[in-house]
Design a protein around this ligand. Structure first.
Ligand SMILES: Cc1ncc(COP(=O)(O)O)c(C=O)c1O
Length: 417
């Protein structure tokens, strides 16, 4: 690969001066200041060429690994004919992608508005819920995460919005998984309950079996819309195409992002049920996103959906998930003082350690051993373990071996306890 810089110090210098000194300092301080260079499949190389197995995957952007040949080919083909297009107009690529999504989403979810990123798509979902119901309030989960744009930020955790002044009115939070708390919070002014099916930033929390079904019941009873954020957990991550499929619930609005890009071209989607079509029929131009659903980006997204929804692909995810489950269980038995909980649905995996210093130590040692994984922002004791869904057995064994080595070293440092 022909890199535009001759040495890493020059990159760091330009980045720190012109992009973000804060980030450069942060990563240097933790010894994690690698600079992604060449990338392929499950691996990211740093500037000097050391390979890292990517178990961060940018929260699912790289579900299909880096530069998946089918996705790259879809974009190259599209470049011969299409450009960004015009969000105001009727569009062939958006019609095709919209139809494909309608065929794959549960129940009567058959309308899509395309965006560029997840936060934007969440903003639209919440706007839509307010517009449809005529109600002002939104309830989200404590510690959940929906992005850093306006309404998405307002529905998220205080730590990300505190410096930006008071939150817009009408947002409140209830503990994820606690149906009584949600029931108490929802009332006749609630426009929407918004939840990630499996909250990632909260620490890959797997909901109690009947939780989402009960959320649906509370929304039905109160007239609030059920908005499900599948930005991280969708597109095969859990071993089903949509995580919500696991819980047999049809939400009113589903938001998709990250992996829909195939890691190649940004695109997101706010998908809603047929019966809510009346809103945009009344206001067809009330929401425009200039680059949203770029016609170029529709083609890689169609290739992502085709790949991720195939039975063979999902079977592979489930087989790899079974392998990780077995290996993690063995590690927990070997290191019970360190690894205290395994959270897993398919390849959406979280490892909870006994203290923040342990999880941070594990992150650093994994990195030193060639595996890139990061702890959850809202529960730093949990390492999110999100390998590309195309991971094969030898790469999975490499990840487990790196984790085992890391835990052995940490156990030794803690006096063998
Ligand atoms: C669950 C979830 N929803 C929404 C978003 C926001 O997506 P974006 O960063 O593309 O705006 C994220 C981003 O990490 C996310 O994890």
């Amino acid at each position: 690969m022909n890199l535009p810089y001759s040495n890493r110090a020059l990159v760091v210098d330009d980045f720190a001066r012109h992009v973000s000194r804060g980030k450069a300092d942060f990563f240097r301080q933790f010894g994690l200041d690698f600079i992604p260079g060449e990338r392929n499949g499950c691996f990211l190389n740093d500037f000097e060429g050391k390979a890292y197995l990517n178990c961060h995957c940018n929260g699912g952007v790289f579900n299909l690994g880096h530069r998946h040949p089918k996705i790259v080919a879809a974009l190259k083909r599209a470049l011969e004919t299409w450009d960004i297009g015009n969000h105001h107009l009727i569009s062939m690529p958006r019609a095709m992608l919209g139809r494909q999504l309608a065929e794959l989403l549960p129940g009567d979810i058959n309308q899509t508005v395309f965006g560029v990123g997840g936060g934007e798509a969440i903003d639209l979902a919440l706007k839509l819920a307010k517009g449809i119901t005529g109600r002002p309030n939104i309830i989200s989960a404590k510690g959940g995460f929906h992005g850093h744009t306006g309404l998405a930020l307002a529905a998220g955790d205080d730590q990300y919005r505190a410096p930006f002044g008071p939150n817009p009115p009408g947002f409140s939070q209830a503990k994820f998984g606690d149906i009584a708390a949600l029931d108490a919070a929802v009332d006749s002014k609630t426009a929407a309950v918004i939840l990630e099916t499996i909250p990632a930033t909260l620490g890959i929390v797997i909901p109690p079996r009947d939780y989402l079904e009960n959320v649906r019941r509370i929304c039905d009873r109160s007239g609030a819309l059920m908005v499900i954020d599948e930005v991280q957990c969708g597109l095969g991550r859990t071993g089903r195409l949509w995580a919500i499929d696991e819980y047999d619930v049809v939400p009113d609005i589903v938001v998709i992002g990250k992996g829909l890009s195939g890691g190649i071209y940004p695109i997101s989607a706010t998908c809603y049920r047929d019966k809510f079509d009346f809103f945009f029929r009344k206001y067809p131009f009330i929401h425009i996103s200039t680059f949203g659903g770029s016609e170029l980006g529709c083609f890689p997204a169609m290739a992502v959906l085709e790949e991720s929804s195939s039975a063979a692909f999902l079977q592979h995810v489930n087989e790899m998930a079974a392998f990780f489950s077995e290996q993690f269980t063995a590690l927990q038995e070997k290191f019970p003082q360190l690894l205290i909980e395994i959270r897993q649905k398919g390849l959406m995996m979280g490892l909870k350690f006994s203290a923040e210093k342990i999880s941070m130590g594990v992150c650093k040692m994994l990195y030193d051993n060639g595996v890139f994984a990061i702890f959850s922002g809202n529960d730093t004791c949990v390492i999110q373990f999100l390998p590309p869904l195309i991971i094969q057995k030898p790469e999975a064994e490499f990840a487990i071996s790196a984790l085992t080595k890391s835990l052995e070293v940490l156990q030794g440092m803690l006096g063998g306890k």
